[in-house]
Ligand binder design. Structure first.
Ligand SMILES: [Zn+2]
Length: 138
């Protein structure tokens, strides 16, 4: 399995399909790939357009992986988790189910978050129990 590569073909293809299906094909990004993240499922660098999905997510069911991509794709337009973001995220019909699936997984692993939260991220993380990375500022 390709890891930590700039772009992953499988993710790139899925992202294109999801972009067409749920975002009218209007999103653009620079790369989509897997990366080693033990406490997060994905991240999106808002300004650079780089989407990373946790390597451990590669073995998740396709529809859960799709949700992770939709979540990070939506961050290309909204860097926060506000109402507009959720409107986009919920265009994917299995969003709620996928969140539940990941919550159960995270609960099972139940690793306390060891990384101190950067300033200002406290509120966001509390509202976002799935451990998604907030888009990094550059
Ligand atoms: Zn997020």
């Amino acid at each position: 399995m390709a890891r930590s590569q700039p772009s992953d073909q499988r993710l790139e293809r899925r992202a294109q399909v999801l972009n067409e299906r749920h975002f009218g094909g209007r999103l653009t990004w620079t790369s989509v790939g897997f990366a080693d993240m033990s406490h997060r499922w994905g991240s999106c660098t808002f300004t650079a357009g780089e989407i990373r999905i946790a390597s451990r997510a590669a073995s998740l069911p396709e529809w859960v992986l799709d949700y992770l991509l939709v979540h990070e794709l939506a961050h290309l337009e909204h860097s926060d988790h506000g109402a507009a973001f959720h409107e986009l995220e919920e265009r994917y019909p299995l969003t709620e189910r996928a969140k539940g699936y990941l919550m159960a997984l995270d609960h099972q692993l139940s690793t306390p978050h060891p990384d101190p939260l950067p300033k200002g991220e406290r509120e966001n993380s509390a509202r976002h129990p799935l451990g998604f990375n907030r888009p990094a500022r550059s």
